[in-house]
Ligand binder design. Sequence first.
Ligand code: SAM
Length: 354
Amino acid sequence: MSSSYACPRTHQPLLRQGDALVAPDGRRYPIVDGVPRFLAYPPPDDGSAERLRRALALAPRLGWRDALAEDMSDPSAVAYVTTPQRAAYVELLPLGPTTRVLEVGCSLGQGTLALARRAAFVDALEVVPEQAAFARERLRQEGVSNVAVACGGDDCRLPYADERFDVVVMNLVLEWCGQREPGPFLEAQRRLLAEAARALRPEGVLFVATKNRFGLPYLLGVADEHAWQLPFGSSLPRWLLPSFLRATGRPAQPRGRLVSFRRLSTLLHDAGFGAQRAYWAAPDARYPAAYVPFDGDLAARRAALPPAALAVRRRVRWVVPHLPAALLKHVAPSLVVTAMRGPAAARPATRRAA
Ligand SMILES: C[S@@+](CC[C@H](N)C(=O)[O-])C[C@H]1O[C@@H](n2cnc3c(N)ncnc32)[C@H](O)[C@@H]1O
């Protein structure tokens, strides 16, 4: 198997010409250090890109793990991209020796390896060029040959042909997507989900995990990284949040957009997804100790979890055991859903861009 790239704007197949993939209408997508680049906007060159370039340069000599540790001073940042527990969601997915997977937002490849070991082929897409390049090097060093890493998605369009995948994975990506675009975040999220539906075969499965706007940590005043560390952050009314941000000396524009349980369900439905199954990622989807389906015996499963698995913060841990099971899905820190793409006739057509 190989990757199935297509023009992200017209979905036409691409032909390789030298160091580029070329669409029938002449659009060219360069291949930079082995990674096809489908970016619609110039990538911002911040300090983290420079650090990753250094780590990438060190990786062939030191090995990817030591190169990262050398370059990242914060051990929690290293843990985030190395702890196997981070990819525990693979157990929820229908993976097997013939499964084709698309992973959107692969970052440094922390989930890609686990996916590749259980699937026939993985296409991994990452919006940050340095992260995509590092993921490719990491997978090369791990001896993985069934993954193709590409860089793109900044316009929330996917550079893949229609109906190519059995499974699409978006782990903690939806809340960040669309940050380089001028338009509203909601439109970007809608487009990305519609693109996932387009790239999935009928009855293919989307896995989406995203932070809950009304998650208990925010409701109890924990600082929100999407709102520049403002306590309560995304749980504040959307019309009020910019004023609070400005009044406290922060940029008025939040970083990305968090949704509620109901909103996510509606977004998925509108994008053409049918049956949905929701899970409680305990304590959250960043470091899940367990995924508990909300349609099972939640109370019994919750009672069996050790206190540390109930919540990351002590003030939240105190509340979780007392919540009615029906309420927990609305206030869990993370929203985790598998959703099946409906049949072609029920699916709204993804608008092709001119
Ligand atoms: C919070 S990280 C999660 C990474 C990984 N999925 C995981 O589970 O650890 C989000 C990643 O998604 C990437 N990303 C955000 N929006 C994207 C988009 N529209 N297309 C592709 N990647 C995107 C970010 O650059 C970042 O690497």
